[in-house]
Design a protein around this ligand. Structure first.
Ligand SMILES: [Zn+2]
Length: 353
């Protein structure tokens, strides 16, 4: 139900990187869930630890190009990580990065990436077996077949879904990506693959859509490769966010019902997110709660197994959108009667629908 792998969270500060990440997000969300009067005595029913075999190179190659994977496993990995985490500026100077403050060498940042891949895969298995799982990690949706960027080295969603297909556990899947940034890597990987339908709701402007759509050589900038369903949301359009998501989910109904839905439940559209590139989109806690419940109910009504990944979320308040949703989902999954004041208020808010 909730998959918590303590080592899968990465503290970028340990590597001398100063991105406003939130490595304690999972711990703070767990604390909130454990203090809930319904969930507290039933922790063994909803909390799981790591139990699957590690991700192999062969798993990566179902979603990524051989040349890129080989470089990641060789001496060039540090150069790749510097590009992915944008640690060098156009003049060749370090930005956001001070090796003298690093407690660990940069190349070790690759290990948590691999653990993250296994966590996403396990969350999918749990969802297939039990109907619902939320993983405290995953969502590296900017990793393309042949390169990573935007803090994403390997596309865990694509690696997991292709592995599940190879193992004949699923045939079709949907990816519902509501992180603030467009799921450009995911769209690229599945561009010619009708077995995985991609939906991305994201900021209409800004990274990764801030470059030219067509490159000087006439090819498309890979960040602009379309998802099956793209829903751009501009600044000041926040009140339209949930209705547009609803319309996009209804479009999914025109595709065959999948064996699994993977949801990238980014918290970076939150108005208190601290990553500068997310400033154009500012959803309130109420709007995020409506977003999350809409997705859960849509999938639950169709009896589609749902696996959730935490995706983006930066700064000291990045944990705040999650507890309300997880209580909402876990109460339903556990068949528990919602009796807390908070849950009563959720029901009161839902009454007008
Ligand atoms: Zn993001």
């Amino acid at each position: 139900m909730i998959l918590y792998v303590p080592s899968s969270g990465r503290s970028l500060a340990e590597f001398g990187i100063s991105i406003p990440a939130a490595p304690d997000r999972a711990a703070r969300i767990l604390k909130a869930l454990r203090s809930d009067e319904i969930l507290k005595p039933r922790e063994a029913e909803w909390l799981a630890g790591a139990r699957v075999a590690a991700t192999t190179k062969a798993d990566l190659l179902r979603a990524h190009e051989n040349g890129y994977v080989e470089r990641l496993f060789g001496p060039e990995v540090e150069d790749i990580l510097k590009v992915v985490f944008e640690l060098v500026d156009a003049e060749g100077n370090y930005r956001r990065y001070d090796p003298t403050r690093a407690a660990r060498p940069l190349r070790e940042l690759f290990d948590p990436e691999l653990r993250n891949l296994s966590g996403t895969y396990q969350a999918c298995i749990e969802a297939i077996e039990r109907g619902f799982c939320f993983f405290f990690g995953g969502g590296a949706h900017h990793a393309h077949p042949g390169f990573g960027h935007g803090f994403c080295v390997l596309n865990d969603s694509a690696v997991a879904l292709r592995r599940l297909q190879a193992e004949h556990r699923i045939r079709r899947a949907w990816i519902i990506d509501v992180d603030a940034h467009k799921g450009d890597g995911t769209a690229d990987i599945f561009r010619d693959d009708p077995s995985v339908v991609t939906l991305s709701v994201h900021m209409a402007r800004g990274w990764p859509l801030d470059g030219a759509k067509i490159r000087p050589d006439g090819t498309i900038n890979p960040a602009f490769i379309p998802s099956d369903i793209d829903v751009p949301v501009d600044s000041e359009e926040e009140p339209e966010y949930v209705p547009r998501l609803q319309a996009a989910l209804e479009k999914l109904d025109s595709y065959p019902i999948p064996d699994l839905a993977l949801v990238l439940l980014g918290a970076d559209p939150y108005e208190h997110d601290e990553l500068p590139s997310t400033t154009p989109l500012n959803l309130t806690l109420e709007q995020l709660a409506a977003r999350d419940r809409l997705i859960y109910d849509f999938l639950a009504e169709r009896r589609i197994p749902q696996a959730y990944l935490m995706a983006g979320g930066y700064g000291s308040r990045a944990w705040e959108p999650y507890p309300a949703f997880l209580k909402y989902a876990l109460y339903r999954e556990l068949g528990a009667s919602p009796v807390t004041a908070e849950d009563r208020s959720i029901h009161a808010r839902r009454a007008p629908d």
